[in-house]
Ligand binder design. Structure first.
Ligand code: URA
Length: 258
């Protein structure tokens, strides 16, 4: 009888704890049953993904990797067009890669497309571009010429038009520099012309075109000549005199180089 009342009290206590079904006559200590613990699910068992490092997210590093993987100009154009971390890309209508003769002795590096270039998808097609064509023609160069000795290859630091034609920001320039460097290596010109402050800043890390113009420097192992940008010459016609001197220096360099 004693056992009957104590068993009933135990049963009451278990019901109070939430037991609803009797599934066996003998008690089982399930905490002692290691073997029946469920195996971890496949996803839980996998090693955790590696942490995302700031290095992996660095846009300049990503640009360098993308540019370095391009084996020719076509692949470089695709890699740059696909690069999504440059904010100005969002506001641009077109990707503006280059114009002229790949392999030409002279490569011109401008700043960024303007409204006309953005519409057409080619660099230097607006008023400044037309002046540039006349300047080049004055020393026997022509972007339409197939002959690399007479032809010119033209590109910009930025391939997208900055909103409102603003001067490109430092971060945007920094992430485009690896593409420009690869562009120069693949186009392999004898001589580079840096048109204005933005390409000087991008390739030389310094600006001050009024002081720098007309003095040859070295960029990526090639002679480079900083010159006034044609858009500046349209606004400051008196500076055309210096631009003419620089064009003659370019012509002399091409003549004297092996
Ligand atoms: N100015 C530039 O620097 N590049 C262009 O393509 C047009 C205007």
């Amino acid at each position: 009888m004693e056992s009957y009342w104590s068993d009933l009290a135990l049963l009451d206590w278990q019901v109070e704890l939430g037991a609803v079904d009797a599934i066996g006559d003998a008690p089982v200590d399930r905490t002692a049953l290691e073997a029946v613990k469920p195996a971890p699910k496949a996803a839980e068992a996998k090693a955790p993904p590696p942490p995302v490092t700031t290095e992996a997210l660095d846009p300049v590093r990503l640009a360098r990797d993308a540019a370095a993987a391009a084996a020719d100009l076509e692949a470089l154009a695709k890699a740059q067009a696909d690069f999504d971390l440059c904010e100005v890309k969002r506001g641009a209508r077109n990707f503006v890669f280059s114009d002229g003769t790949p392999g030409a002795r002279v490569m011109i590096l401008g700043e960024a497309p303007g409204a006309n270039e953005d519409r057409v998808g080619k660099p230097f097609v607006g008023e400044a571009g037309q002046l540039l064509d006349r300047m080049l023609a004055a020393i026997g160069l022509d972007r339409a010429a197939q002959d690399p000795g007479q032809g010119v290859y033209i590109t910009n630091v930025l391939p997208w038009r900055p909103p409102g034609n603003a001067t490109p920001g430092k971060a945007d320039v920094a992430m485009m520099v690896p593409f420009v460097e690869r562009h120069v290596a693949l186009a392999a010109p004898d001589v580079l012309v840096l048109m204005g402050n933005t390409p000087c800043g991008a390739m030389l890390g310094r600006q001050g075109i009024t002081r720098m113009r007309g003095t040859w420097v070295e960029v990526l192992g090639r002679p480079a000549l900083p010159m006034f940008h044609p858009a500046y010459l349209l606004r400051n016609t008196a500076a055309k005199r210096e631009a003419w001197a620089d064009l003659l220096a370019l012509k002399a360099k091409l003549r004297d180089m092996p």
